[in-house]
Design a protein around this ligand. Structure first.
Ligand SMILES: [Zn+2]
Length: 391
């Protein structure tokens, strides 16, 4: 049954081809996670040439065929403007992820005090906020807020919060039962625990009933590969973020670019238990390419070559660091899909690849349906098990 999932632990499976849901179903069955089987961003739909309705129909077909009778959700991911919303509501989506990243003032992190002060003064509610967050001496009421850190948080996120409020209000006029997520994971700089608190507190104060929030954490959460950074530092930082979410207790921590972060899952489980939402997107597409590498190596090699050609252009809106001159040789095909540089390169060039080879790829996957299902099962069982194992 397609429905909002509330605070149930949940896991999002993006599916760029419309053929992965059977594999997602066998992976998630019997776990504590409620699945999001349909999840596409506006950016992904533009690159795959699919509509919100098609994405949902593909998932629903598989759900019906597998007789999945538990709740599942559909995520309209990374909505940036009010205009993005309506097609997803009309198609019946249940989960709306708002990405107000374009309204974040990243310079606030390093603005000199004079500029910061001028920017803060332009917010009409500055006096009101000072009263809420600082005591008469300008000292913190909660956490480490003092005038300067409050100014930085407000200048950096104030407009983004307003935008999220507008998006929520517009959605509320269109539909009444939905999950609402606010994601700032694609901003230029990490979200500090203090900023996390500020965002959550402002959203709550302004009447936004959000079910999950996705901060940007320290280190690098790149597409389709494990965490890059100091795990001990991340551990300490997550402890502080967990204190913020525990303070509210009203929303789930959402982990974006959440696929393949095997070293991080035990930390997420340790701090949040089941109060989490994890999003994966292109990793199911990489499992599709693994089937091709095994069953139709010639087609795979054509895709690999095309990816190399388009990588520099296609990577622009993604967090990746793969370099073409670091790509492995193509002698050992299936295991090439485990190689860092190859994974990232293939991950972000899906749009160019599908434009040229989409129909052929789908044919191969339909013919080797079981291989795709088993590949997805192995891949996601590893994710879901680690998310249930505390560090
Ligand atoms: Zn994201």
């Amino acid at each position: 049954m397609l429905s909002p999932l509330g605070l149930t632990p949940s896991f999002g499976f993006g599916d760029r081809l419309g053929l992965a849901t059977p594999g997602h179903i066998v992976s998630v069955r019997g776990t504590k996670f409620a699945p999001i089987f349909a999840q596409q961003s506006v950016r992904e739909n533009a690159r795959t040439g699919r509509t919100p309705q098609q994405v949902l129909d593909d998932a629903r077909r598989a759900v019906d065929a597998a007789k999945w009778d538990a709740p599942w959700g559909a995520d309209a991911d990374h909505l940036k403007t009010v205009e993005d919303i309506l097609p997803f509501v009309e198609a019946g989506y249940t989960f709306f992820t708002v990405d107000p990243g374009e309204h974040v003032d990243n310079a606030a992190d390093s603005d000199p005090l004079s500029i910061l002060k001028r920017k803060a003064a332009s917010f009409i509610n500055w006096d009101h906020l000072s009263m809420l967050y600082l005591d008469q001496n300008g000292e913190q009421v909660w956490g480490n807020f003092e005038a300067v850190s409050l100014q930085r948080a407000m200048v950096k996120y104030g407009n983004a919060i307003q935008h999220a409020v507008s998006m929520f209000q517009y959605l509320s006029e269109l539909t009444d039962a939905f999950d609402f997520e606010v994601s700032v994971d694609e901003t230029d700089s990490p979200t500090t625990p203090l900023e996390h608190f500020f965002i959550a507190n402002e959203l709550t104060r302004l009447g936004v009933r959000f079910t999950s929030l996705a901060p940007r954490f320290i280190g690098r959460f790149e597409k389709g590969v494990d965490y890059i950074g100091d795990l001990n530092a991340l551990d300490a930082e997550l402890a502080k973020h967990a204190a913020v979410t525990a303070h509210f207790g009203t929303y789930k921590l959402s982990l974006h670019s959440g696929s393949d972060k095997f070293s991080v899952y035990p930390l997420i489980a340790k701090y949040w238990g089941g109060l989490i939402h994890v999003k994966t997107a292109g990793t199911s597409y990489l499992e599709a390419l693994r089937v091709l590498a095994k069953c139709t190596p010639d087609l795979f090699l054509k895709i690999y070559e095309l990816g190399c050609e388009y990588y520099e252009i296609d990577k622009r809106t993604y967090h990746v660091s793969a370099q073409l001159d670091q790509l492995p040789s193509t002698d050992d095909l299936p295991s090439l899909l485990d190689h860092f540089h190859a994974r990232e390169m293939l991950h972000v060039t899906f749009g160019s690849t599908l434009a040229q080879f989409g129909a052929e790829i789908k044919q191969v996957l339909m013919k080797h349906e079981t291989a795709y299902l088993e590949g997805l099962r192995t891949h996601f069982e590893k994710h879901l098990q680690l998310l249930q194992t505390s560090a």
